[in-house]
Design a protein around this ligand. Structure first.
Ligand SMILES: Nc1ncnc2c1ncn2[C@@H]1O[C@H](COP(=O)(O)OP(=O)(O)OP(=O)(O)O)[C@@H](O)[C@H]1O
Ligand SMILES: [Mg+2]
Length: 298
């Protein structure tokens, strides 16, 4: 692998069960399919990403060792049976003991710095999948280390209260700890395309709170997502993924995410141009099947 310089993206929302992990692993797998190298660090003691990716918890050392010893990403990342281009540092329930394992002299906000410095050289994208609490030591460390945060929400009126808590936490982190942290966007998932009134209200609320940060691409409600996670796979590991509309939605979302990350200054200044998906061969989420767009080799 050539020397790289990854971007670090925390994925979260303090609410539980709002698609954080499904988005994290599918965006990473979509980028992997397009030729990028992605690392997912599972920072949740409930080990959502580990389970969704079919890795038995307790079989491997992982995040707990990464954050409490000098063990390397190279040793701890699982590379077998993963989506193409994706590696995973797995979690397990003992991660909840991290505060006991770390001595009182350790600054908990900095525990991801050493491993992230190693991983930046080896990957294009590093995703930090956080659990549903801002109080977890690992969530605090993710806020303190990432340069982007990707928020995930189900389209429900209650989502807005969860999102506003994250916005205010991120504002605090930026003020006191990590001025480089920016909100990459809010992804709405499990969207029922018939509930147009609810969507326009949520769109309006998110756009007012965070102008320009809602992702144009959202993910439909799709029973195939719980089905594949139940068997420990992503959609991109199915032989017919090209013809699965939800996989196409994640592919387009991965293009939009990359577009924002690559053009950080313009995005943050609100001057980022629109993406011509048709020129990239992605006509709509049900349409074109080409995936070699915007490959890293171009
Ligand atoms: N677009 C979707 N359509 C239908 N079901 C979905 C969709 N996205 C996610 N789900 C399902 O919703 C449930 C919660 O999703 P997920 O585990 O990704 O959420 P989470 O926010 O990471 O949860 P936690 O807070 O427990 O970590 C899972 O069963 C998942 O398969
Ligand atoms: Mg999760």
């Amino acid at each position: 692998m050539n020397e790289k310089s990854a971007v670090v993206i925390g994925v979260g929302n303090q609410k539980g069960g709002v698609g954080k992990t499904s988005n994290c692993i599918h965006i990473a797998a979509a980028l992997g399919t397009r030729g990028f190298h992605c690392l997912i660090i599972d920072l949740d003691p409930a080990a959502g990403a580990t389970k969704h990716l079919g890795i038995p918890v307790d079989r491997f050392a992982g995040t707990l060792e990464l954050l409490t010893t000098n063990d390397s990403i190279e040793n701890l990342a699982v590379t077998e049976s993963m989506p193409e281009g994706v590696h995973l540092v797995p979690s397990r329930p003992q991660l909840s003991e991290i505060d006991v394992r770390l001595s009182k002299y350790v600054d908990r906000t900095r525990i991801l710095e050493r491993p992230i410095a190693e991983a930046r050289r080896k990957y294009d994208f590093i995703f930090l999948d956080t659990g549903p609490s801002a109080a977890f030591t690992t969530t605090v460390a993710a806020y303190s280390t990432a340069e982007w945060f990707l928020l995930s929400a189900f389209p429900h009126p209650l989502s807005l209260s969860g999102l506003s808590e994250v916005f205010s936490d991120i504002a605090d982190v930026r003020r006191y700890r990590n001025p480089d942290l920016e909100i990459l966007g809010v992804v709405f998932t499990s969207v029922d395309r018939r509930a147009t009134r609810l969507h326009s209200q949520l769109d309006a609320a998110v756009s007012a709170a965070l102008p320009g940060r809602r992702f144009e691409n959202s993910i439909s409600q799709a029973v195939i997502l719980p089905d594949v996670s139940g068997v420990g796979k992503t959609l991109f590991q199915l032989s017919n993924w090209h013809s699965i509309p939800t996989a196409q939605q994640y592919l387009r979302l991965s293009v939009e995410l990359e577009w924002r990350v690559r053009n950080r200054e313009a995005f943050l200044a609100g001057t980022l141009g629109t993406i011509d998906y048709a020129a990239l061969g992605l006509h709509d989420e049900f349409g074109a099947l080409r995936c070699e767009l915007l490959s890293v080799n171009q």
